[in-house]
Design a protein around this ligand. Structure first.
Ligand code: ADP
Length: 504
């Protein structure tokens, strides 16, 4: 048992208490080594608090707790109605704690409080309610075979202990996307939160207990990728792994999963949501004002720290001058600053490391392309970066090919449809794409030819919990959200009955 409760003071005068231990079997505990690590506020680079750091031994304990719960109190022992009730209860409690959760997101991640309140928190709650709705509707089929001498039925059973590794860009929302379908289908979880942003998940742990989930159904180990994350993803006691993060780490996780016990299992037992360099295409018949508004949101939402960010904008030649003029004007009006301030659109980047990576890409861009706007650090403390636009970017430039994960966009021109489709698809990624046009047949034609898991037409970065999300090519394996995600968390069993013998 660990009783390291800390008081978190928010800049707006509010405060809350959280327990900073690992969360195993519905208890907050110290790590066996007693180790902890610092959590930083990206607005000023200062330490918010320390949280427990899980070793491989702690990961073992959490996996064992999840295994025990799966075999004794969850899994096949609890029906869908009860799973739905508990998920709905958790959603209700999160609603009650909505303001605190939003403030924790803003403090820990640097996203604006306004956006956390408008999007992260309500969407997370909606996600849990959506999957609560599925919990009592998961069932198999009956199949008749051999002239009625056999009856076969299928069962959709939970897979078992799921390892879920999440990133820092949407700490609460990624937690909800992961636990919703896993718990609705009867699995147990060991989650590793991102080392940069563990705080909102710790608050959720309190609510898990209050909601009445049996101990061990949901466990959290905190720590770093190469240690805690690697111990979890290669663990022999884990039946399924779901990961959201960079393509480089996703590749690593796939390898360690296949080298451990997962090598013989089906691909559905490894789901990966990875990086992107998504194209956003503006045809000359588009509603330009709307195209500019959504394209701006497409790249700058969440400070560009969005795997689906529309980071490669292609504008048809005749409207290009007007587009970039207006686009730059909007960018210059977006306020970058204190995430707790009501009118701020963009807060700091998550960390010094990300800040340095983005600034490095900006320096490369300055050499390879034309800097239209931005390109600088903003302010003296924290990790703030100006909204940045590059034009005339060569196709083989690193800023054209690599995911920057910051407020940096490239805007190039194109002549015709075939050319822009070829260029849009010319990437190792395939997470999302945008199309702006008033011509409906062109919209469908182009959507069909783009290699991307999501295509937005006349909007961008618009997500719904019942719509599948995931990547083509190196942007991932499997789909999250919607009914599709349930398949990631169930194994199909065929029960085959010889009726002749049963009747005799
Ligand atoms: P980002 O670059 O956005 O931080 P990462 O892919 O590095 O994304 O991190 C996403 C999540 O994966 C984090 O929780 C991180 O700790 C974890 N992670 C990083 N490296 C590994 C690894 N080798 N094995 C398992 N998890 C890892």
């Amino acid at each position: 048992q660990r009783d390291e409760v800390v008081t978190i003071q928010f800049p707006n005068g509010s405060s809350t208490q959280i327990n900073t231990g690992l969360f195993v079997s519905n208890k907050f505990i110290s790590s066996e080594s007693g180790k902890s690590f610092e959590v930083f506020n990206p607005t000023n680079g200062k330490v918010i608090c320390r949280v427990a750091e899980a070793s491989a031994k702690d990961v073992d304990n959490a996996v064992q707790a999840a295994r025990d719960a799966f075999e004794q109190s969850w899994g096949l022992h609890v029906n869908g109605f009860e799973r739905a009730r508990l998920l709905n209860k958790l959603a209700d409690l999160m609603e009650k704690e909505g303001d605190t959760l939003a403030m924790l997101e803003a403090l820990d991640n640097g996203k604006t409080l306004a956006m956390a309140k408008a999007a992260d928190v309500p969407k997370s709650i909606q996600c849990l309610r959506y999957y609560a709705g599925w919990a009592d509707k998961i069932h198999g089929k009956t199949i008749e075979v051999n002239d009625d001498t056999n009856l076969v039925y299928t069962r959709h059973e939970p897979i078992g202990v799921c390892a879920q590794i999440i990133p820092w860009n949407f700490p609460l929302l990624m937690l909800a996307w992961k636990i919703g379908p896993a718990l609705a289908t009867g699995n147990t979880i060991v989650m590793k939160t991102a080392e940069q942003t563990p705080l909102s998940a710790l608050k959720v742990c309190e609510l898990i207990v209050q909601a009445g989930f049996p101990p061990g159904v949901f466990n959290i180990v905190m720590g770093f990728g190469p240690t805690t994350g690697a111990a979890l993803s290669s663990h022999m006691g884990v039946d399924k792994i779901a990961f959201t993060g960079s393509t480089a780490v996703g590749r690593h996780i796939l390898k360690s999963a296949s080298e451990s016990n997962l090598k013989k299992t089906q691909l559905q037992q490894i789901t990966l949501e990875l990086g992107g360099k998504s194209p956003n295409i503006i045809f000359d018949d588009a509603d330009i004002a709307q195209a500019i508004k959504w394209s701006n949101f497409g790249i700058y939402f969440n400070h560009g720290q969005c795997c689906a960010a529309g980071s490669r904008i292609f504008v048809q030649e005749s409207i290009y001058p007007k587009f970039i003029e207006e686009f730059s004007k909007i960018s210059s009006q977006m306020s970058v600053g204190d995430p707790f301030h009501e009118t701020t659109f963009q807060g700091p980047q998550i960390s010094q490391l990300q800040f340095d990576r983005i600034m490095n890409h900006i320096e490369i861009g300055k050499k390879d392309a034309k800097l239209l706007y931005g390109g600088n650090r903003k302010g003296e403390e924290g990790y703030f970066i100006e909204q940045t636009v590059f034009t005339d970017v060569p196709e083989d430039s690193r800023i054209m090919k690599e995911e920057i994960f910051g407020p940096v966009v490239v805007i190039n021109t194109f002549k015709d449809e075939d050319e822009v489709i070829r260029r849009a698809n010319s990437t190792e990624y395939g997470l999302a794409a945008g199309i702006f046009t008033r011509d409906l047949s062109r919209a469908h034609r182009v959507a069909r030819r783009l290699q991307a898991g999501t295509v937005w037409i006349n909007h961008y970065n618009d997500y719904a919990m019942n719509v599948p999300f995931g990547g083509y090519k190196q942007s991932g394996i499997g789909r999250e959200l919607g009914k599709y995600a349930l398949a990631n968390y169930t194994s199909i069993k065929s029960v085959n009955i010889n009726l002749v013998l049963c009747l005799s």
